[in-house]
Design a protein around this ligand. Structure first.
Ligand SMILES: [Zn+2]
Length: 325
């Protein structure tokens, strides 16, 4: 098939999709994209800044450790909550839960703290669009320092928190009024067994919440390639979100500089997995560039690529705005 035929085919496909969208547009519909950017989405994604993402990663790294069993775990959650508040979200809050675990032969009884912040929906306030990532981090046991005292976790996962915060900032400061309620969430104790997202999904399920979709960002700032033509993002799906993943890949090529792949090897190893287990549609974004600093003392801001993370944030933002404008 030559490129000319491809354009004709694309045109027919767009007409067919337009027909489908017009005939059955409702709240749970994902509108299919054309390759032409929507001006409102493009305008909003332009407001996402790499500097702002880098500053948040630096702030979180500067807390010394974000290990889930360290004494400062509540301070970490409060710092993130205050960042949401500084953007104008008066109702940003902590959502606590009890966690008792054995870790490296020691028993810990702890309270853990997710951070939850909402932008209320104007048309379907009971329907939720969720974006987030875990805020705790960990060092592998072979690292020389105690994992209780120090774990910078810039890529894993200050980056996912920073992307979540940046979208919250842009949407609030732009006065965006979403159709559904947008929930910005950062999760505690992911590294010990996905506990923060388990707590949230248990609550959602108990209250029969309607979740439009969930976007999980975990390790989204490592990319050693300077030239953006070589930037790759892995878009991970679940059996109930395959079509949505394909849609996200199209959206990615429309609004960002990133190229995408789909490799589901690690899909059970981050917070989106709990959403899938509760039958919610979720995607998991992770840099396709293997991070040599994974769970090491060298997982520092100086080894990150905030311009890459900005593109990931643009993808998240485009998906959220498209579904809510
Ligand atoms: Zn992680």
């Amino acid at each position: 098939m030559t490129s000319t035929y491809r354009y004709v085919f694309k045109g027919l496909l767009a007409l067919m999709l337009f027909g489908i969208v017009v005939s059955c547009s409702k709240d749970d519909e994902i509108v299919d994209p054309t390759s032409k950017p929507d001006p409102e989405i493009a305008q909003l994604t332009k407001k996402i800044h790499a500097d702002s993402i880098a500053a948040t990663i630096g702030m979180l790294q500067g807390m010394g450790t974000r290990f889930a069993l360290a004494e400062n775990r509540r301070d970490v959650a409060v710092a993130i909550m205050n960042k949401f508040k500084s953007y104008g979200y008066a109702t940003a809050r902590l959502d606590s839960f009890q966690l008792n675990v054995y870790f490296r032969n020691q028993y810990y009884e702890t309270w853990q703290y997710n951070v939850v912040c909402t932008l209320p929906g104007v048309e379907f306030p009971d329907s939720l669009t969720i974006i987030g990532g875990h805020h705790d981090c960990i060092l592998r046991s072979t690292e020389p320092e105690s994992p209780l005292d120090v774990a910078p976790g810039a890529d894993d996962n200050a980056s996912g928190v920073a992307v979540t915060l940046e979208i919250a900032r842009v949407l609030k400061q732009s006065g965006f009024a979403p159709r559904t309620t947008i929930v910005f969430a950062t999760f505690a104790a992911e590294e010990l067994g996905l506990y923060g997202s388990q707590h949230m999904t248990n609550r959602l399920s108990d209250t029969l919440a309607k979740v439009k979709f969930m976007l999980n960002n975990d390790m989204v700032s490592f990319c050693p390639v300077a030239d953006s033509t070589g930037w790759y993002l892995n878009v991970i799906d679940y059996p109930n979100s395959v079509d949505f993943r394909k849609h996200a890949q199209k959206i990615c090529s429309t609004y960002t500089l990133l190229k995408t792949v789909n490799d589901n090897t690690y899909r059970n190893y981050s917070d989106s997995y709990n959403f899938y287990l509760r039958s919610y549609k979720s995607l998991f974004f992770i840099s396709q560039h293997d991070d040599p600093n994974y769970h090491k003392l060298t997982d520092l801001l100086s080894n990150q690529n905030p311009r890459f993370a900005r593109e990931v944030a643009k993808l998240n933002c485009a998906l959220i705005v498209e579904a809510n404008k």
